[in-house]
Write a protein that binds this ligand. Structure first.
Ligand code: NAD
Length: 290
């Protein structure tokens, strides 16, 4: 259902790779709400992903840019402003990648070249996008910029690895740049902390299915889907959220405020019973010794 919340608004959406991508769902929803936008991703992602299919659906233009490359970002912003004949109103940064996660390297055995790449792609790219936009005066007053984050910025989640550090930096950039952009241009900058969502990036975390099940059991409202995330992004791009800036906003069904839920405890107790049974059958004690 459309409320025309983004009628007349123009933007750039980074990170739509395929139908599962959070950015894909945001693009479809923003289009439904009357927005016009440019879709951007790396050359490689555009070659192997489905972004062009989405562009057709949303009547959007696709412009390639590696979000870590300042020249490519500048070209992207210039081309976008030329296309729209002026400034844009919103940006979605939905970008992340960690080779340490992909290769399942433990946090105490990180590859530092990969680590630097993780930070550059998943966090510094947000700063680079903002710095380029500011240099070109590309965003209208009261515009809205949003990046997608995860609760691992605040809490340790096994196997989320160096992406946790990247998310902490990402959220900090939203606060630091949010002050400058808010003071000078009334432009708001926020991060949205989303539930685990089965996407290409999400599923790259080993044990991801268990994590999704755990957070589903822990969250009173259940995990937030990519479509629900898109609904909220639309509100944050709209004029209905004009005074929200420099925030990390949880969109996680309540997970971030929970310690233990009934559903999670039932499951945990079941696993203890199974453990006990296995130990009894095999004659093992709790430490696994005979
Ligand atoms: N899936 C989850 O569980 C989850 C939860 C919370 C937050 N997030 C965040 O949501 C965002 C989107 O991820 P997703 O889950 O939709 O996965 P996804 O794999 O669909 O999207 C990640 C995107 O980043 C793009 N990208 C990678 N390197 C890039 C670069 N150098 N320049 C430009 N784009 C680049 C990829 O091409 C891809 O389109 C990420 O920031 C991710 O950390 C995801």
């Amino acid at each position: 259902m459309s409320y025309n919340l983004l009628k007349g608004k123009r933007g750039i959406i980074f990170g739509a790779l395929n139908e599962k991508s959070i950015a894909w769902q945001v693009a479809e929803r923003a289009y439904e709400e009357g927005a016009r936008f440019v879709l951007s991703n790396t050359e490689t992602a555009l070659r192997f992903g489905d972004t062009n299919k989405l562009a057709k659906k949303c009547k959007a233009e696709v412009i390639a840019a590696d979000a870590t490359n300042m020249d490519e970002l500048e070209d992207l912003f210039k081309a976008t402003m030329e296309k729209f004949g002026g400034k844009i109103d919103f940006i979605l940064h939905s970008i992340a990648m960690s080779m340490n996660v992909r290769k399942s390297l433990a946090y105490d055995e990180l590859n530092y070249d990969y680590f630097i790449k993780t930070i550059d792609i998943s966090a510094l790219s947000f700063h680079k996008v903002l710095q380029t936009a500011r240099k070109l005066d590309a965003i209208s007053d009261w515009g809205s910029v949003l990046a997608v984050s995860y609760v691992a910025a605040q809490r340790t989640l096994y196997r989320y690895n160096d992406m946790a550090d990247a998310k902490a930096i990402l959220e900090s950039i939203a606060r630091s740049f949010g002050y400058i952009y808010g003071r000078d241009k009334k432009i708001r900058i926020n991060t949205l902390s989303q539930s685990p969502t089965p996407t290409t990036a999400g599923s790259g975390v080993k044990g991801f299915d268990g994590l999704v099940d755990f957070t589903e059991r822990m969250s009173p409202l259940g995990n937030a889907t990519a479509k629900e995330c898109a609904d909220f992004c639309v509100v944050l791009f709209s004029d209905l959220s004009r005074k929200i800036t420099m925030q990390n906003i949880y969109h996680d069904g309540g997970f971030s405020s929970m310690g233990m839920s009934e559903r999670a405890m039932i499951q945990y107790n079941k696993s203890l019973e199974v453990d006990e049974l296995v130990n009894r059958i095999t004659g093992m004690n709790e430490e696994g010794d005979k």
